[in-house]
Design a protein around this ligand. Structure first.
Ligand code: ZN
Length: 439
């Protein structure tokens, strides 16, 4: 059965009217419906799902959404013929698909925004896992992004389920952990290995690699072994014998010059600590699924460090890292090779944040126990009349004391502006102190 415009159905005493069709996927159609006041998206399955699937869907609705980034099923709908679907919120039109980003149609505003999206993605995975869920059908069609502010939306959450259960949907091989592609037996139970937090971590690393390098971490020279990339080829590349394209010990699957252009361009610019996190997951993590896959907490720390370290080149406008943790710092811009500008460094404990207009301070900078990596508490702004004067516009809960190099102290209101001047010491709260250093 398909629904048509103006069709109605009633759930729990509320009548919904079909306004139009929003889209069609493999599993079902999605309609825009209205209850007279609010509008919702209604996903209606083409085929009647099995009782396990229905049970899982209802369970997800009851347990509730792990975070606001998930367009989570809100209400289960079943018709007399046992066909069914669910109501969810409508995705705002500010968001574009991850696929359109991967094809180059919708790039992020800048690298800082891209990393904010990556952090939001990792935070969402963390919250999903903390609720005992894991992905069953993880692929590029599930993710959406706002290229201007780095906000994330995750759809298709009817395919999320409790750890180690499976609904018969296993996703696309190029996003899956190899043991799930191969259908390995679980060491403990002897049963087929089912998706769980550990397989999700592998997939998460693949999505992060795709986002940062615009290529799949297992697609390199070995593509040449296959005339067409069919299911058999994918099984070989992502299941039976995956080889990371930047494996330090096995160079047989390097990206192909002139073909994997994006990866060859973007990968070398990644900080070494991000490269190491990928290498660990995509080499040792192929076998040691429990100990060698970069965890969400590790990713949050590393991606946040990457974002803090970015500076914008005044010549070409592109961002890069100065490279405090690298063997060699970038004394010139890797994009246009002009000399690196003078920098303004804010040090808070072990954190180093390079300040420039548009840069944010986050809750995690002030509180080491915080997990709010995208909760902004300050933004670097320029004086309207004199753009060479910078300050940090605050959005904190308490007033802040600053002291200049001559020992003069001043209280800055919690919504005030900290002037960015050399050797300024900032007492954010009783435990957190920062210092500005112009280099
Ligand atoms: Zn440049």
């Amino acid at each position: 059965m398909r629904l048509s415009k103006n069709d109605t159905f009633t759930v729990d005493g509320v009548t919904y009217k079909v306004i139009n069709t929003l889209g069609e996927g493999g599993q079902g159609e999605v309609y825009l419906v209205s209850d007279g006041g609010n509008t919702y998206a209604f996903k209606y399955y083409k085929e009647i799902p099995g009782s396990d699937f229905k049970f899982n869907l209802k369970n997800n609705i009851n347990k509730g959404s792990p975070a606001s980034t998930f367009i989570w099923p809100k209400k289960y709908v079943e018709f007399d013929d046992e066909s069914c679907g669910y109501l969810m919120d409508v995705r705002s039109s500010d968001y574009v698909s991850f696929i359109s980003y991967l094809t180059g149609k919708n790039p992020f505003k800048d690298l800082k925004t891209k990393l904010t999206w990556c952090i939001e993605l990792v935070e969402s995975f963390k919250l999903l896992h903390e609720k005992g869920f894991s992905y069953q059908d993880l692929n590029d069609g599930s993710f959406f992004l706002n290229p201007n502010n780095g906000k994330l939306l995750i759809c298709d959450n009817d395919n999320v389920s409790a750890d180690k259960t499976n609904l018969g949907i296993l996703g696309k091989m190029r996003y899956m952990a190899p043991e799930i592609v191969r259908g390995d037996k679980d060491r403990m139970t002897g049963e087929r290995q089912m998706p769980d937090t550990h397989s999700d971590r592998f997939s998460l690393a693949i999505i992060l690699f795709l986002t940062l390098c615009l290529g799949n971490p297992f697609e390199g020279e070995r593509l040449k072994n296959h005339v067409i990339v069919d299911e058999k080829a994918e099984y070989e590349m992502f299941g039976k014998n995956p080889i990371y394209i930047y494996n330090e010990h096995d160079k047989s699957n390097r990206p192909i010059n002139g073909y994997h252009t994006a990866v060859l361009k973007y990968y070398p610019m990644l900080p070494s600590y991000i490269k190491e996190a990928f290498h660990k997951t995509f080499t040792d993590g192929l076998k040691d699924r429990e100990n060698s896959r970069t965890t969400e907490i590790e990713w949050l720390r590393l991606l946040s460090q990457y974002r803090d370290e970015l500076i914008t080149c005044p010549h070409c406008g592109k961002e890069y890292i100065y490279g405090y943790s690298e063997k060699k710092v970038n004394s010139t811009c890797p994009h246009c090779h002009n000399k690196t500008k003078e920098m303004c460094l804010l040090t808070i404990g072990r954190k180093r944040i390079l300040l420039e207009p548009g840069k944010y301070l986050y809750m995690v900078h002030l509180n080491k126990y915080s997990s709010e990596y995208n909760h902004a508490i300050g933004k670097v702004i320029q004086n309207k009349n004199n753009p060479s004067l910078w300050g940090i516009k605050l959005r904190v809960d308490n007033d802040i004391t600053v002291q200049d190099r001559n020992g003069n102290t001043k209280v800055i209101a919690k919504d005030g502006v900290i002037p960015i001047i050399n050797k300024l010491s900032i007492q954010f709260d009783s435990q957190t102190k920062g210092e500005i250093d112009k280099q």
